[in-house]
Design a protein around this ligand. Sequence first.
Ligand code: HEC
Length: 110
Amino acid sequence: MNAHMLGMAACMLMTAGSAVAQQGDPSAALDKRSICIGCHGIPGYRTAYPAVYPVPKLGGQHAAYIVRALQAYRGGERNHPSMRAIAQSLTDQDMADLAAYYAMPREGAK
Ligand code: HEC
């Protein structure tokens, strides 16, 4: 095996490792969701900035969709100022945990 192939193998291992690390843990999100509840926990809530704006409901959405949305805010593909600032403060693990938490079916999901 030459150095190039070794490099590729190491790269594939790292990719597999990070996929495992990003398994969301809903119980870990209990500490992290306090920041989200201020907006997403209030049924029918609207933010006043940059315009009066409805806040989407997170409870019951698919985990993969929630992670994708947070990454899009962090990367700038989605451009809502408050969500961008929040997503930039989250690690990949935070996103996975929060997504797993919000994707869980619950009574009166918030
Ligand atoms: C300041 C109020 C506020 C806070 C705090 C907040 N959000 Fe949001 N969030 C919004 C608004 C408003 C939108 C809709 C923005 C848009 O249309 O792009 C949104 C959108 C989202 C979306 C996309 C939903 C969809 O249906 O596309 C996700 C996912 C999300 N927020 C997750 C979170 C998480 C997780 C937290 C806590 C770490 C959080 N938000 C904290 C106001 C907030």
